[in-house]
Design a protein. Structure first.
Length: 143
């Protein structure tokens, strides 16, 4: 497994990572994804892609390092997805281990993510990876 950080403008973002990311975020179009990454990059958003030895992208992670008063410094995972055909093969574990390494190097005290309440398979995975539930996330759509 090889994990590569992809910068804005890298064609692998759309050709490799986006098809995997859409499995988690089906509302994304190519144009919307480009727009979000262009704006989010300045806010610290980064994307990492996991590739098989054969060069197939099988995992995607969107993440950023955030400083705040509650956790001081954390690596926040916006998106973590393994391609459906590659689930339960260690891709998610490799991505989380990779992100944990980045977090430690950056002096983060926490690795943090949100997961939809309906994603029970993902929750089992996170518990196996020794993540714990520390808070509720509340949301109010602003239409």
């Amino acid at each position: 497994m090889k994990i590569i950080d992809l910068e804005p403008g890298d064609p692998r973002l759309v050709n490799d990572l986006l098809p995997v990311l859409i499995e988690l975020r089906p509302h994304l179009t190519e144009d919307l994804f480009r727009e979000v990454y262009e704006k989010g990059y300045g806010q610290g958003l980064r994307f990492s892609a996991a590739y098989t030895a054969e060069g197939t992208c099988v995992g995607a992670a969107g993440w950023r390092i955030i400083d705040n008063t509650s956790q001081i410094r954390k690596l926040y995972v916006d998106d973590l997805v393994t391609a459906a055909h590659a689930r339960s093969t260690g891709v998610g574990h490799h991505l989380l281990t990779y992100l944990e390494g980045i977090a430690r190097e950056a002096g983060c005290r926490h690795l943090n993510l949100d997961s939809g309440t309906h994603r029970t398979d993902a929750h089992r995975f996170y518990f196996r990876e020794r993540l714990a539930v520390f808070a509720f996330n509340f949301d109010k759509p602003l239409s």
